[in-house]
Write a protein that binds this ligand. Structure first.
Ligand code: PNW
Length: 466
């Protein structure tokens, strides 16, 4: 029945941009090639017990050497844009000072290769791979790291900026701050709630300094934040308070400074026992709220929270260890009755509409892009090597319909990037979780588009039934 075929009836405004995303440490490999220095993720993944199976990004999917073949595949699939990240330690190994020309040349060739086949390059300047020397100097909890980031951003946009229409400063500062320095399940693996809050501020300050600098030299700049629909398990006051707190730390802690130039007062109060916010200086919030050319939204799932049973699931795949929720450790996370992905994340497409509508109604107008959305599933190849992933097609179909619903309600959404183009190194889960439209055999490095890749390509080219 063609009425129920995924993709049926989906239609997006002219100029709506369809792409797919990766990040440097998850795909490049070549961890010591051509003068690249170590990042916090090299150190973390080489520390026993940190990453499932002892996996690391040392080899990953060899995108560094296979990028020409990979770009050709993107063109075959019909992608209009490729969101990738620039590895700071590859282009500036010390985190300061001289650029590593061989590293810069890689991104220059990648951009040229993309432009040659008509694919728009969408680089992110920071997708979690802080140069290790900067962590040794204190990392994101230290203010100077923000200055170092802005210097790096200025230097790299100076050499690559002529061919890039839209820059993104950070990917998901919540993860960098609260998983990196709070729960410690991401690099650098520290568990210090006050340091996590300071890290969050200095990440945003780094964004603000860079955004100000880039805009003054004529570049377009945005930032990508991971947002969740936060739902209380009941209307009980304690559950409503839990939802307010988690919404505060997950969403408003970043949205309010960036889009309104202030921290939410309730979050400052929730964090009173953790920090007095004396790390915030006059002028910081003005920088952080530098007007944006776009806001990137990464959306995967919702949080269902309760105020009365902490200590279990922390909402991000951790449990029992340090919390990523400073000042709100008592909040419990539950699963509703929705189907789960292989990450154990609930599939809740309507939440994407809610998040987008909320942005358009509660925050000053800004162009929006979904910069990540996707799902991990088991993805077992058939005997003939093909990979059929109907669950992923249905996930993408549902979330694209959620985007369309938001647009129909007047939300200024201008593009959508699927996470991920390829199966890759899924951070603390190593290679055990596959998010790709394209399957990768980690023994042979063979790339095989899954049925979702062909479906997505057909959607982009307008070849699906309408
Ligand atoms: C995002 N969590 O990461 C990242 O931007 C990608 O690099 C990553 O591969 C993708 O989503 C899938 O995980 C997240 O625990 C990692 O809440 C962990 C969490 C959220 C996002």
């Amino acid at each position: 029945d063609s009425q129920t075929e995924p993709g049926t009836g989906l239609q997006f405004p002219t100029g709506f941009l369809f792409g797919a995303a990766t990040a440097a440490y998850q795909v490049e490999g070549a961890a010591t090639a051509d003068g690249r220095g170590p990042s916090i993720w090299d150190t973390f993944s080489h520390t026993p017990g940190r990453v499932l199976g002892g996996d690391s990004g040392d080899v990953a999917i060899e995108h560094y050497t296979r990028f020409r073949e990979d770009v050709a595949l993107m063109a075959d699939l019909g992608l209009q844009a490729y969101r990738f990240s620039i590895s700071w330690p590859r282009v500036q190994p010390d985190g300061r000072g001289r650029l590593n020309q061989a590293g810069v040349d890689f991104y220059s060739r990648l951009i040229d290769e993309l432009l040659a086949v008509g694919i728009e390059p969408w680089p992110t300047l920071y997708h979690w791979d802080l140069p290790q020397p900067l962590e040794d100097a204190g990392g994101w909890p230290v203010r100077d790291t923000a200055e170092r980031f802005a210097d790096y951003a200025g230097a790299i946009t100076g050499v690559l900026g002529d061919r890039v229409r839209q820059w993104t400063t950070l990917n998901e500062p919540w993860c960098s701050a609260f998983l990196g320095y709070g729960s410690g399940v991401h690099a650098p693996g520290r568990t210090d709630p006050a340091a996590a809050v300071r890290a969050g501020h200095h990440l945003m300050l780094g964004h603000g300094l860079a955004a100000n600098l880039l805009r003054s030299s004529g570049h377009k700049v945005g930032v990508t934040i991971n947002l969740y629909d936060v739902v209380p398990v009941s209307e009980a006051e304690t559950d409503l308070d839990a939802a307010r707190r988690i919404d505060g730390l997950q969403n408003r802690f970043f949205l309010d400074p960036v889009l309104r130039g202030s921290y939410p007062t309730d979050v400052i109060e929730d964090l009173a026992a953790v920090t007095d916010f004396s790390h915030v200086r006059d002028g910081d919030l003005a920088l952080i709220s530098t007007p944006l050319d776009m806001l990137g939204v990464n959306y995967y799932s919702r949080h269902v929270v309760t105020g009365t049973s902490g200590g279990g699931d922390d909402g991000h795949g951790g449990s029992g260890g340090a919390s990523p929720w400073p000042g709100s450790e008592h909040v419990g996370f539950e699963k509703g009755d929705l189907p789960l992905t292989a990450m154990g994340w609930e599939i809740h497409a309507e939440g994407l509409t809610s998040v987008l509508v909320r942005l358009a109604t509660q925050y000053p107008a800004v162009r929006l892009y979904v910069t990540e959305n996707g799902a991990a599933f088991a993805d077992v190849p058939d005997a003939d090597g093909s990979v059929r992933d109907p669950d992923r097609i249905s996930y993408l179909d549902g979330h694209l319909r959620a985007c369309q619903a938001a647009i129909d309600l007047g939300v200024p959404l201008h593009g959508y990037f699927c996470w991920s183009l390829f199966d890759n190194f899924e951070w603390s889960w190593g290679y055990s979780r596959r998010f790709g439209l394209v399957h990768v055999d980690y023994e042979t490095q063979t790339r095989t588009p899954k049925s979702s890749a062909y479906w997505y390509g057909d959607l982009i080219r307008g070849r699906l039934a309408t």
